[in-house]
Design a protein around this ligand. Structure first.
Ligand SMILES: [Zn+2]
Length: 480
């Protein structure tokens, strides 16, 4: 096993400081409705500088005002309230591009005036996200020289830190290439995260998956030298409501014998993106000390081609007892997650099960890269999650568990096929998973892409967190 993975936690000390600094450069947040008043009162020189930069107090605009000695007097930043995390990340990135890295090594910035705690948190989170770069494999570290902000006065440092660490942990785990992050290393990362919060950690590896009845995880992963496993983390008091998170941890997906063409295989290190999401969310929940009894299950395998790999046409008897005909070895995520969902439904009943899986291309065809598809066996819960997600800059969009499509997954020789005929691939994936969940437990399934395609402020190209903050908020609303 490789022992030197890049650091999993993004340090906030490189971008946020406790030191009150009299010489800190003032950031004045301006709403467009205030612009006229500010512009009327400004000196002729400041007025001219605002004109020249085209500053009109519009959202995400930045204007550096200099005095007669060419020193920075203050920086105007156009914003709307409530403050957007990603708008503030863009402001941080604009400032970074305005100054040399030498200047930024010694300069600090401070927001002028007071803001609500929520706005202070949003500013700090956006600022910190803008400082994230995955450069562990580069000689030239682009993460150096990020502007430093004095913590906004009313910010909840513990909350901001827990959230940013969780979000960046997701990105980093996805970004680490599959030659370094194999099945053992993903399990080891989970162990590290569990240890940090004094959670218990268990894993079941390789042939033990058969003796302990996780046949689908074993079958998917048995063709790889890097052995399949399931990881279990438990944390919190037994008196608290039980929440179980389930993640798909396919560390690399060739598609198996139904091999993917090169353009579709290129990003497949991200096929453990679901596992990354549950680890990031679990880290945040544990760091915040939320009053839940948390259980995390991660189904880990590498979908490889080898002498012993599973084949199209194989029939696997699942943990649940249902037999599954494998018509496509590239629809492997639902197999490994299926056994984990059965396991999640056993024992003391959780109030909520949430799974994150990079499951289908069909979900992308429907909703694009940025919006994960959201499914639930409880329609009220589905509406609630959608509202929370859309109000928190962390979109998730509902799709139906349309039962009539289940017959499109009929198999002539087994209880169910692992793919469906017809067009509704994301719904087939979700319906398949539903067969393994106890129907009396509220269940949420998130079919995510886990990758930022184009690169945006606070969301650099690469591994991406989507729907983590939304589910955190749901858990806080319901149980905290
Ligand atoms: Zn696949």
């Amino acid at each position: 096993m490789k022992t030197s993975l890049p650091p999993l936690f993004h340090s906030l000390t490189s971008c946020l400081t406790d030191k009150e600094n009299a010489t800190a450069i003032k950031l004045r947040l301006v709403k467009s409705s205030e612009f006229e008043n500010i512009s009327d009162k400004a000196s002729a020189s400041f007025s001219r500088q605002m004109d020249q930069s085209g500053f009109a107090g519009k959202d995400r605009q930045v204007c550096i005002l200099r005095n007669d000695q060419a020193e920075i007097a203050e920086i105007l930043c156009g914003v709307t309230f409530p403050l957007s995390i990603y708008a503030f990340a863009l402001i941080a990135e604009k400032l970074k591009s305005e100054f040399s890295s030498d200047f930024l090594k010694t300069a600090t910035f401070a927001i002028e005036g007071s803001m609500s705690p929520e706005d202070c948190n949003a500013a700090a989170i956006g600022w910190a996200l803008a400082s994230y770069r995955f450069d562990a494999y580069k000689k030239d570290k682009k993460s150096n020289g990020h502007p430093v902000l004095v913590w906004p006065v009313a910010a909840d440092k513990k909350r901001v830190t827990a959230l940013v660490e969780g979000m960046c942990l997701i990105k980093t785990l996805i970004n680490i290439p599959a030659n370094d992050l194999g099945t053992d290393e993903l399990a080891e990362s989970a162990a590290q995260i569990a240890k940090q919060s004094r959670a218990t950690f268990l894993k079941i590896v390789d042939k033990d998956l058969l003796t302990q009845n996780f046949p689908m995880i074993y079958e998917v992963g048995k063709g790889s030298a890097r052995r399949p496993q399931i990881v279990e983390i438990n944390w919190g008091s037994d008196d608290h409501p039980r929440v179980t998170l389930v993640g798909k941890g396919v560390v690399f997906d060739t598609g198996g014998l139904d091999i993917k063409p090169p353009p579709f295989m290129l990003l497949m290190k991200k096929d453990m993106g679901g596992a990354a999401h549950v680890l990031g969310l679990a880290h945040t929940i544990m760091s915040l000390g939320l009053p839940v009894r948390l259980r995390v299950l991660i189904a880990i395998a590498e979908n490889s081609i080898g002498d012993d790999c599973f084949r199209p046409g194989d029939v696997i008897k699942s943990r649940k007892g249902l037999t599954v005909e494998v018509s496509d070895t590239d629809a492997e995520g639902r197999l490994v997650v299926g056994d984990a969902l059965t396991f999640a439904s056993e024992g003391p009943k959780p109030q909520l099960i949430v799974d994150y899986t990079t499951l289908t291309g069909s979900a992308r065809a429907a909703l694009g890269y940025d919006i994960p598809a959201l499914f639930s066996n409880n329609d009220k819960l589905l509406d609630e999650v959608k509202s929370i997600a859309m109000a928190n800059e962390d979109p998730l969009w509902p799709m139906p568990l349309w039962q009539p499509y289940l017959k499109e997954m009929n198999s002539t020789i087994a209880d169910i096929n692992n793919i469906g005929s017809g067009k509704a691939g994301a719904i087939h994936g979700a319906l398949f998973l539903q067969q393994f969940v106890d129907a009396s437990i509220d269940w949420i399934h998130i079919d995510c892409y886990a990758w930022e395609q184009s690169g945006k402020a606070g969301r650099p190209q690469g591994g991406a967190d989507t729907g983590m903050r939304a589910i955190l908020k749901l858990i806080e609303n319901r149980f905290a």
